[in-house]
Design a protein around this ligand. Sequence first.
Ligand SMILES: *Cc1c(COP(=O)(O)O)cnc(C)c1O
Length: 428
Amino acid sequence: MYARKRLDVGWRDLLSGLLACAGSFDEKGPRERIERGFSSTGSSTSEALACLSVRSGLDLYFEELALPKGSEVLMSALTIPDMWKIVEHHGLVPVPVDLDPRTLAPRIASLEAAASPRTRAVIVAHLFGERFDLEPISRLARARNWRLLEDCAQSWTGDADRGDRTADVSMFSFGPIKTAAALSGGVLVVRDRAVLGRMRARQESWPLQDRRKYFTRTFKYAGLVGLTKRPVYTAFAKGCEIAGKDLDTLIQGSVRGFAGGDFFEKIRHRPCPALLATLARRIESSNAWRVDGRVARAQRLLRLLPEGAVVPGAQNPFHSYWVFTVLVDDPDRVVRELRAAGFDATRAASLRTVPAPAGRPDLEPREAQRILARTVYLPCYPEMPERAIDAMGEALARAVSAGREANRGEVVLTPAPASPGLSPRSRR
Ligand SMILES: *Cc1c(COP(=O)(O)O)cnc(C)c1O
């Protein structure tokens, strides 16, 4: 069975992470390397802050931005729940903005409809590896004097992308399942120097991440890297079946960060030198083979897609297929049939829809809910040979057409045309 995902971290990275935990060195060197790397060329001072995670950095940002309590923050309706939990923790009101399934961008009309005189900021997320055009949103944000934050946790590809210059904040994650993983860590590019300075000062006052924790974490993920190799995973999936354990519950449970205990106590640490060293190493080394391999397989798969299967974001000029997702009418059937064919497809993911604020049911993000209800994640990564992609495409076509037979009369979205390919956004 092809595992749903392969972690983007190699044995050398893991080993160097473990060794870094044993060494004793200063955090200043690697921190400077990371932050200089994420600042625009020619800038004399750093624009970036390396944190324990994106969530830690977002918490710092809202702490230092100190918006009036009750201010509203418009959010792309699909994201991980911790993101709006952090917004709420700072006394702010997250307001969902519905998405266009073809681009995964929040619609301008929905942004305008969700705005109120209390709106102070907007957070958009580039999902699944795509990047949508930020321009119309930044124009609106500028006109209304909103802070604009872009969540690039899923879209960074290890290239020269440092975020859109028109955003106030661009956020990059190096958590275990992300591209160029360092198993944790986040970088925030914050273009307001005053706010960045205060965030830096506050982070200094946070306790240092325990390097033993980073050590055991590295060890644990080394296990997961081994587990997701095809023969091992096949045995594992079989074992789960025999033992009556749910594969999704086991896997999702094992990759959740900061679970259990007090969430804010956990995220409020500054990264240990070993993590910073690993992070610097991952950012500086090229990751192109992995991203190119991912895109090539995704484009092959796109050509095999049956009618009625929509790939969200495939219409964007940039899609790096961090994950390959497809929207189908009968996701459970598709998962079942793909697994039977040896492909660990899944509906399980950490994305959720941002709930509408109390008393404003008109803001329920219906399209985002519909995307979530219809999404299936397919394994699609460079370790899969082309013939496996072809076999998966055929199995998908069979499952979708069987589903259509069974659900005649259901409304089917029109399929998106194949992606025009990867055209990385240049540094602006
Ligand atoms: C992973 C992820 C985050 C969180 O990143 P951390 O560095 O783990 O805090 C935020 N938003 C999205 C969309 C993500 O996928």
